[in-house]
Design a protein around this ligand. Structure first.
Ligand SMILES: Nc1ncnc2c1ncn2[C@@H]1O[C@H](COP(=O)(O)OP(=O)(O)O)[C@@H](O)[C@H]1O
Ligand SMILES: [Mg+2]
Length: 248
């Protein structure tokens, strides 16, 4: 079966620093895949290569088999590669409902100048469906700027879902979210469509063990280990590179 998303030998250097070197990663449809590793391991850089924010020096990215290595960020989004943007701080007065409806309108090819179709029934229903699925309807009418930090992160996921992604990439979705709320945020992720391929970067091993089915461990720009959460947690090289350093 064709992978939803795959990287082959993906590499990029910043000067003499090999930030990402030769990373192969395969995400099947329905993946719940965590990317972990110590600070500076190259996780964010790798995700930027997948989204198209950065161009690789070597290697390929395939989305449903199609080579998208040189495709622009918007072209990848259009083909179903979703990611979150920290937009809640950019539009603090906009309500979540308005923001999701606007994202839906944009997906459907409408420009900012013709906002009337925003009010169209189908799009309102779809915005409510997305927000409802994430348990965010109670906050939907409130300005984004007034929401708690964790709720803002959920709204960013709602905005990403408006693009109907088949693959979703999340770089530390719970970063900065109070400890009590981060589990709730991951419970929201569990409600995502079963066939959506999800790759998330996460530091908290409790969250990784609970929510990931597969884990890739990066260190020094390369893949150190891959397997189930239990397998990688038991791997001596991983303990040395990641868990050991975290305790220090
Ligand atoms: N734009 C950049 N220019 C130069 N060095 C960078 C840039 N982005 C990241 N790096 C470096 O690349 C390495 C990997 O960074 P990053 O991908 O952010 O790691 P992680 O997300 O795993 O913490 C780090 O040493 C970081 O300092
Ligand atoms: Mg990072």
């Amino acid at each position: 079966m064709t992978a939803a998303l795959a990287s082959e030998g993906l590499s990029v250097s910043f000067g003499s620093l090999h930030a990402v070197s030769g990373v192969d990663l395969v995400l099947p449809a329905g993946a719940r895949h965590a990317l972990i590793g110590p600070n500076g391991a190259g996780k964010t850089t790798f995700v930027s290569l997948l989204t198209g924010a950065l161009a690789p020096d070597r290697g390929r990215v395939r989305l449903h088999g199609e080579d998208i290595t040189r495709a622009s960020v918007p072209a990848r989004v259009k083909r179903g590669l979703g990611r979150t943007f920290q937009v809640t701080s950019l539009f603090p007065e906009m309500t979540a409902f308005e923001a999701v409806a606007l994202a839906l309108a944009e997906r459907d090819g409408l420009t900012w100048r013709c906002l009337r179709p925003l009010a169209r029934r189908g799009r309102r229903d779809e915005a409510a469906e997305i927000l409802g699925r994430l348990g965010a309807l109670p906050q939907a009418g409130r300005p984004l700027g007034t929401l708690a930090y964790g709720q803002q992160r959920v709204m960013e996921i709602a905005l990403a879902l408006a693009g109907r992604p088949r693959v979703l990439l999340l770089d530390e979705p719970a970063a900065g979210v109070p400890a009590g709320e981060s589990t709730r945020l991951f419970e929201v992720l569990e409600t995502l469509p079963a066939d959506l391929a999800l790759l998330f970067i996460e530091h908290d091993m409790h969250l990784v063990r609970r929510f990931a089915r597969t884990v890739t461990v990066m260190a020094g720009g390369a893949v150190l280990a891959e397997g189930s959460p239990a397998e990688v947690a038991a791997d001596p090289a991983v303990r040395e590179a990641y868990l050991g350093r975290r305790r220090a």
